[in-house]
Design a protein. Structure first.
Length: 180
């Protein structure tokens, strides 16, 4: 394994070992900054001025398909909504119930560390100071808009079909940490 690979492993290990704890002041920046510095990588301060509203750089910018665990994500005005249309049909195929569920997540100005990537679904990240929680947590976030294949579940004589559309907005920038 290369030295850089060890950096990514060290960043993930740091975030994993601090899950449930508060790193630094509990800011999202603090988690990435401390993990990168501890792994021997450059941090955002090495790339530019750190201000409360800066669009931080954390290394070499890469596309999502090139990202690995241990890479850092910088969000700007990010949100995703997952809208699920639910249709319940009886044994004769008649609709007996319809509804909708919505899940929304917002990260207006935020930094996270990639924990794992699902090629067909959400990205699992380590983050803190998200949704008013200042300790390190693992969360799943969607980085691409898409419509999922419908899923049908049969219970008794009825069937329930769920169709989910995920809409992602804002900017997501992914950075490959660089050795110091």
């Amino acid at each position: 394994m290369t030295g850089e690979g060890n950096i990514y492993q060290a960043v993930v290990q740091y975030a994993t070992s601090n899950t449930g704890q508060t790193v630094g002041r509990g800011e999202c920046f603090d988690l990435a900054d401390t993990a990168l510095r501890g792994a021997g990588a450059l941090s955002a301060a090495d790339y530019g001025e750190i201000t409360a509203d800066a669009d931080y750089e954390w290394g070499l910018a890469v596309m999502l398909h090139s990202a690995l665990p241990g890479y850092v994500v910088q969000f700007r005005n990010y949100s995703y909504s997952a809208v699920t249309q639910i249709t319940v049909r009886n044994m004769q195929g008649q609709i007996i119930e319809e509804g909708e569920e919505t899940e929304e997540h917002f990260r207006p100005h935020h930094t996270a560390i990639i924990a794992s990537i699902n090629a067909t679904g959400p990205v699992t990240v380590f983050e803190q100071n998200a949704n008013n929680v200042r300790s390190v947590r693992r969360n799943e976030l969607h980085f691409t808009s898409r419509t999922l294949p419908p899923q049908t579940i049969r219970t008794g004589g009825n069937s329930e079909t769920r169709r989910t559309t995920i809409t992602v907005r804002g900017t997501i920038r992914i950075f490959q940490p660089q050795p110091r």
